[in-house]
Design a binder for this molecule. Structure first.
Ligand SMILES: Nc1nc2c(ncn2[C@@H]2O[C@H](COP(=O)(O)OP(=O)(O)OP(=O)(O)O)[C@@H](O)[C@H]2O)c(=O)[nH]1
Ligand SMILES: [Mg+2]
Length: 303
């Protein structure tokens, strides 16, 4: 089972793997760690979108521990350990309610993969035997509601929809109400990625958050920010805006299958301090993986 997941991850991350093989390739060379070696390592880490801060830290640590020493397995293991350490921390699991419905609020800019990720997540919960209701709080576009509606039919979960142009917070309210009334385990709320203005978008998200909090004590149990893995460093700027508006609890990083920028996961952890909880590696319902630092680093570095 683990093997199958790991192989899928390797395939999904093929383009990122190409860049990381350039980094791993440095450690199989001969000679000593010198300035040129460090400069080359820095260049290759940046090329893989590991980001300036994380790259600087890795280079600094390698310099401190290995300058003038032989290049070899020790160095390779050391860098692997640093990469792993950067991704490991608290809160990789999804938060749960201790009694009553667990509410997951999903936010992110348009096209990042919110609705698709919600469908994948709902599908996963349903397969685990949990009952799920999704709330179509993106009332800005009729197509958005239809998209979620089609997914919910395929998955066989409940959905609450409002009128197009209606109040998203009232859809959030009704979804929570339905979950309480019907004793549903999981509530997942889809939100708009684009509104008239960015200020509108942020204000609406705040309002949904407030309504949910009032309706179910302790909710939302997760506020997941969806980031498009192909956007690399740009996604960090977007992330900053969202985290200023609502307290996000974790990241879903999507489209890693199409991206050469998987190294971006290292910058997220470093710059946002938020755990990546799930990753999207395709457009299908099963293309969502729990983010596991060990298998992720292995999928990037191992042959
Ligand atoms: N390859 C790939 N495509 C994905 C992934 N996740 C989402 N997509 C695609 O990205 C596109 C946008 O996804 P949506 O789920 O509609 O994005 P959204 O954030 O809900 O967009 P808005 O509702 O417009 O804000 C769709 O074509 C999805 O199929 C992924 O992990 N891999
Ligand atoms: Mg959407």
């Amino acid at each position: 089972m683990f093997r199958a997941l790991y192989e899928r991850l390797k395939t999904g991350l093929a383009r990122t793997r190409d860049l990381f093989s350039g980094i791993a390739g440095l450690f199989t060379g001969k000679g000593r760690v010198d300035r040129n070696f460090l400069a080359e390592m820095e260049k290759r880490l940046l090329l893989a979108d590991v980001g300036a801060t994380a790259t600087r830290e890795i280079v600094k640590q390698v310099e401190a521990a290995f300058l003038d020493k032989e290049i070899g397995d020790d160095l390779s293991g050391f860098v692997r350990g640093l990469l792993l350490e950067m991704l490991t921390g608290e809160g990789l699991e999804l938060g749960k309610s201790t009694s009553g419905p667990t509410v997951i609020l999903v936010a992110g800019v348009n096209g990042s993969g919110k609705t698709t990720s919600i469908a994948k997540l709902a599908n996963r919960f349903c397969k685990e035997g949990k009952s799920v209701v999704v709330g179509a709080c993106d009332t800005f576009r009729a197509a958005a509601v239809e998209q979620l509606s089609t997914w919910s039919q395929r998955i066989g979960c409940e959905i609450v929809k409002g009128q197009t142009g209606g109040d998203p917070a009232s859809v959030a309210h009704d979804t929570c109400e339905k979950a309480i009334a019907k004793n549903i385990d999981i509530v997942i709320l889809d939100t708009a990625g684009r509104l008239h203005t960015q200020t509108h978008l942020m204000r609406e998200l705040e309002k949904i958050h407030r309504v949910v909090q009032r309706k179910i004590p302790g909710a939302p149990h997760e506020v997941l920010l969806v980031l498009d893995g192909t956007n690399g460093q740009n996604a960090l700027l977007q992330a900053n805006q969202f985290t200023k508006t609502v307290a996000c609890t974790g990241i879903i990083l999507t489209k890693l299958d199409g991206s050469a920028k998987g190294g971006f996961v290292f910058s997220i952890r470093k710059n946002l301090g938020l755990p990546i909880k799930l990753i999207g590696v395709g457009e299908g319902l099963d293309d969502l993986e729990a983010f596991d630092p060990d298998s992720f680093v292995a999928a990037l570095l191992d042959k």
